[in-house]
Write a protein that binds this ligand. Sequence first.
Ligand SMILES: [Fe+2]
Ligand SMILES: [Fe+2]
Length: 279
Amino acid sequence: MPRLIHLSDLHFGAHDDRLVEAVERRVDEDKPALVVISGDFTQRARTEQFQDACRFLDRLKEQGHDVLAVPGNHDVPLYDVLRRFLSPLTRYRRYVGDTLCPFHEIDGVTVLGINTARSFTFKDGRVSHEQIEHIRQTFEHTDPKSMRVLVTHHPLFAMQVGDEITPAAARSELALDAIGHAGVDLLLAGHNHHASIHDARDLVTRAGSALVIQAGTATSVRVREQPQSFNRIDIEGSQVTLTVLVWNGSEFVNEDAKTFRQEDGAWSAVQAQAPEAAH
Ligand SMILES: [Fe+2]
Ligand SMILES: [Fe+2]
């Protein structure tokens, strides 16, 4: 049963060391087949912040974990204008990874990451026409029975966070058409520092069948409506179980797991089994 750990919005430079250590401990205990990190590695894209992120990644890799990462808007320099427009992701490529749209296959699961961080639309992000084509072509060549997972930093849907509606990445409608066509099953993203799970069809009318899984911030001190958290995603055939691990002030604790099953191209929640009566 392939297990993914989905971390997001680490924000080195505005992080809490205790949470970083606790994440590493839990990742090591949970033994995922892949650690997915959906962007915002740093707070301000400064060299020393990327060096902290790099050391974190090195420790994960030394523990034997594979990592798939995409950049977030905070990984593009905001105030260093020359760097922002001329070489926005140079430090990311040096310290996190050279591949901005990474791809990983594990037993029955195909994972593709897409970079939505841009210099011009700094905060909200965008999907390019080339990336939309890349999504189509990548999934066209994967095993039709595999679980198809797409990772972005920016959500492809407007989302409700408290009283606010946060916007979708630009060109998300075109991306959603390609995602529906390519049969993408899971969409993983971050950016809002707010964990949630939705059926895509409850968010927009023109979506294919995908589960939309948002991660909270794992280690940033800047939270929104919720404490820090990250996601554990267990995949078994056409069934997905999401467990959100939430920071309670001293450790990450498991929230109740939610299980969804995909049948005839549609997701539905599986009711948790009632505990057996004691004899
Ligand atoms: Fe963030
Ligand atoms: Fe972000």
